[in-house]
Design a protein around this ligand. Structure first.
Ligand SMILES: [Zn+2]
Length: 167
């Protein structure tokens, strides 16, 4: 439930640029609703919606832990949390590579086949970065209920990587 970039007085800012005098004037670049900065000592610093009822439900479906935010932190803020609009539908892509016109979705929690297909249909040119650690049991084997999803996801990823590398 976290977002790393936001709008302050028509200017894009990252969570690291936030200062307390901006409080009450930070809005989400997707839904225009108010955001609050969460800069505590335990969780990774991020913005949270005061109310996220109007915002992108795809974006908030994934549990965006520190693994997810680590990936986002390695790219230019202009590429982060890119708002894509098609037929009046808005979604927040985790990362958008402008040069390759390609969306990079970072997936920390499990995702079902239907959601994978919906996102690939919407973003079209995209690749996934998936945290496989959550699909492994402590003994190193896959969780049986998740194995099928994992296999399908990997196959979809391979397809996308082939396109990405022009194979
Ligand atoms: Zn929003």
């Amino acid at each position: 439930m976290s977002i790393l970039s936001a709008v302050y007085k028509d200017k894009l800012i990252g969570i690291n640029e936030y200062t307390t005098d901006m409080k009450g004037s930070i809005v989400c670049k997707c839904c225009d609703s108010e955001l609050r900065a969460k800069k505590g000592n335990i969780n990774v610093h991020h913005f949270g919606h005061v109310s996220k009822l109007k915002c992108d439900d795809w974006y908030y479906k994934d549990n965006k832990g520190s693994w997810h935010i680590m990936w986002q932190n390695i790219c230019n803020m202009l590429y982060l949390e890119y708002i894509m609009i098609k037929n009046d539908v808005k979604h927040i892509a985790d990362i958008f590579n402008v040069e390759k016109n390609m969306v990079i979705e970072i997936q920390n929690s499990n995702i079902d086949k239907q959601h994978i297909e919906n996102r690939e249909k919407f973003y079209e040119n995209m690749i996934w970065i998936i945290n496989l650690k959550n699909l492994l049991r402590e003994d190193g084997d896959f969780n049986s209920s998740d194995s099928f999803i994992l296999l399908e996801t990997i196959l979809l990823c391979l397809k996308q990587i082939k396109v990405f590398l022009n194979l």
